[in-house]
Design a protein around this ligand. Sequence first.
Ligand code: AGP
Length: 708
Amino acid sequence: MSLLNIFALLIQHAVMCGIFAYYTYNVKKDLKQVLDNLFNGLKRLEYRGYDSAGIAVDAVDPLMSLSAADGSILEENGTSSPLIVKEVGKVSQLEKLTTETIAKHHLELDRLFQNQVGIAHTRWATHGIPSVVNSHPHISDPSAQFTVVHNGIITNYKMLKDFLLKQGEQFTSDTDTEVIPKLCRFVYDRLSEKVPFPKLVMEVMKKLEGAYAVLVKSVHYPGELVACKRGSPMILGVRENTSGQRQTSFKQLHEAGDKKWRDEAIECWVASDASAVVEHTKRVIVLEDNDVLHLASGGYGIYNTEQHDVEEAVPRVLLTLQMEVEQIMKGGYEHYMQKEIHEQPESLLQTMSGRVKFQRQAVGNPYLSPRIKLGGFAESAHTIKTSRRLMFIACGTSYHACLASRQTLEELCDMPVVLELASDLLDRRCPIFRDDACVFVSQSGETADTLMALEYAKDRGALCVGITNTVGSAISRLTHCGMHLNAGYEIGVASTKAYTSMIVSITMMALQLSEDSIGKREKRDQIIDELGQLPGKVRSALMLDEMMMQLALQLKEEHSLMFFARGRNYATALEAALKAKEVALIHSEGILAGEMKHGPLALVDEKLPIIVIATKDGMHKKMDSVIQQLLARAAKLLIVCNEGDEVMTAYEKQGCQLIKVPETVDALQPVINIIPLQLLSYHLTIIRGHNVDQPRNLAKAVTTSEEH
Ligand code: AGP
């Protein structure tokens, strides 16, 4: 089976969920604080999937018996099953059910714990409908000897399930995950003597195929947590109130038991991504494939199943997160999408920071001090420039960013630029050659189709370039070279600031690749000058917020929206339509105006709301004629045009509404033109009562794909 097929199998079922754990040793926390930690962690990860959620916590301190005031033992330490609560829908519904469950079990929220192992999960269902029984955590048996949450997919779960069924096991859910806790117990029951917890999980990992990040807790190993990963992301956050590393070795940790660390204290968070950890600590370890993390007795050990001696701890760097909590907070905005739209002047500056010399060089040879510096392309620039063709491969909004930048690449680099939707490229098994340069553009860096197209291109020897917004993501790790957008964390499922930063990034790439072209110098300088003005012009386009809110009120009952444009702004029309679809849930279409007479014009009448993008560029004249043809069909038009454009202003007399945006060079105009249309979709979503940040049926990164 070729690498591609193995990869396809792996990804085919990858589920995009969020997993989270909270581990304490010798840290006094009451049940409420423990639960709040878990719920907050899940809320930070909810953009990864929000069909159902669940938690499992120790109801009794795993390392200290619960004693009554008179000292009599109420409950022996650690043996009691964890409190497990699962609910369909958002984390807020799980919180509500947890409060009810705690009351029902006569547990007190102020019950104190010195030690706690809590695990949690938020799900995006692809395997088994969104239901309580399919929600995580999954358990090995009614007394929950082993409890598991999982992100990813076990591709051989059917085989494992059949085997366990033959052993008399019973399954309650339709998920693949349930085989993991059942296997843990299967292995545990057949041990001749008790082995350290990570050893047991390593045994289970040997049987699992697929991509996964798993958290396991067990009544047989009270006060311990094991996490393991292969393919799916996982990060460990550590807060120690003692100096020095608490990383330890297999032997040391398991022999120490709780003697050695009794007087020390540690709090740890394990999560699918940093957004759920940063508010607690910036000291993190990014776990690598086949890593097994063990938290116990106030210490942590990391092992790797690919190691010769799996019991030898592997060195993993304790990093300091370069991100601020503010980045994942709403910062006073009501929604992440709203925040991320309004952040664009700053995110665009971040994307250009250290990469653009805004000032023209007054004296000396301009060729000696380039105005664009993209370190990630330095070594590959020549190969890219001399490649057979430049292929941009992406999905959704990222594809639109490539479309908005294609003409600039063609103009400056004089190269054939091909755009491919990743899924279609794979469906066609499009020919790719060794001398092709393939550029993979992705906000998350984890989109399955784009990743598979990357593997497909690598298999064929092409140079693979990555442009992504997520440091450490699969696409940034698997490509030969590339750049990060540095647009900051994008949490709203509807991509906004990543889109504008992608257009600027690809434009900077074109500027760098064409730096030695004398004939292009003037155009390059014009674009670079305008890059310096761009954040300011975007800021003034954001002033249209109120007008877009009014327009949304006007359009709130509409069932369809059409966007007409040509040239670079065809991408703006497609992107505006996509935003209206995915968040405002309005059927919307972006139309290449040049195609209108070949069909779409039939739809035009006085009822259909039409937005025409007619800012000043090489298409202005043609768009003017498009407007006249639409008006000839009694269309009611909204025209996105540049401030002071008299040709367009004249249409106000014919009842057209103008959305006036600042003018810039044609290569960057799509960055400005999308701003009011992002705002329009945002306000339409609010006014139509839909969920802005977590639109139905969608997730921030689509890590599932149909088998190719
Ligand atoms: C955009 O708002 C959507 N969330 C979606 O189209 C997205 O652009 C697409 O899934 C690609 O995601 P990526 O950039 O993370 O690869």
